[in-house]
Design a protein around this ligand. Structure first.
Ligand SMILES: [Zn+2]
Length: 241
């Protein structure tokens, strides 16, 4: 069943809302350098996830917001950014607009770590000003235990977890031949470095090493989608009570 907002006609939205499709998933990311995976990594992952879980959560899939707040990797070729106030206002207005056409439950599915505060503020603003219920999910944080389960290590930026997700979502974009374990850069607690000296960032020493096995990547990503879906279903159930 087609649930992608931009592929439906206005008459479809009207009949879907009448049939109880009053929730929507908004994938959000940014354009940013990512080790051996593409600049659009943070967009492809939540977008694919939304396509996998929409039906079972009875949600529409909003067009992805591809431009976000890129900071520490801004000097790498191809990284793009918008300012935090612009991003926050844009997300807020998109959500408000969805509420105005009849959406009652809004899920912001985020793929990028540089915009937590802005998404949180936008979500609260919409919740406060309308009757809508809003949840923000940072998928890799919600699913951090699954990296340990499938790979026996911790994740990071463009590290084993994000690379696995891209192997599952867009395998043709992975540039395995460009990988060198030297790319892993440990971000030490208590440091802020601009620009980050690498695009593959780990937050615990000696973790995050990339693994290109497709089978493991697919089972990891299946598990991630199940976890995100479970969280959304549970939240909807409780909101509806
Ligand atoms: Zn990323």
């Amino acid at each position: 069943m087609e649930l992608r907002w931009d592929r439906l006609g206005w008459q479809d939205i009207d009949s879907l809302i009448k049939r109880g499709y009053d929730s929507v998933i908004l994938p959000v990311g940014t354009i940013e350098a990512h080790g051996v995976i593409p600049l659009g990594t943070d967009n492809f992952i939540p977008e694919t996830m939304a396509e996998r879980i929409a039906e079972q959560t009875k949600s529409l899939i909003a067009p992805t917001v591809n431009y976000g707040i890129t900071r520490t990797l801004m000097t790498y070729p191809g990284s793009l950014t918008v300012s935090p106030p612009t991003f926050q206002a844009y997300i807020t207005e998109i959500l408000m607009s969805m509420v105005s056409v009849g959406m009652k439950k809004l899920i912001v599915l985020n793929g990028h770590g540089g915009q937590f505060d802005e998404l949180k503020a936008a979500a609260f603003d919409v919740f406060e000003k309308t009757s809508a219920k809003v949840a923000v999910i940072h998928w890799w944080v919600l699913c951090q235990d699954l990296v340990e389960k499938h790979y026996g290590t911790s994740g990071g930026h463009a590290a084993v977890d994000e690379t696995a997700a891209i192997i599952a979502c867009a395998p043709e974009t992975v540039q395995k031949d460009k990988y060198d374990p030297e790319m892993l850069y440990y971000v030490r607690p208590g440091t802020n470095v601009y620009p980050n000296p690498s695009t593959v960032l780990i937050f615990k020493e000696n973790t995050g090493e990339l693994n290109f096995d497709e089978k493991t990547a697919n089972s990891y990503f299946d598990d991630v989608c199940e976890t995100v879906k479970g969280f959304i279903q549970e939240t909807f159930k409780r909101w509806d009570q």
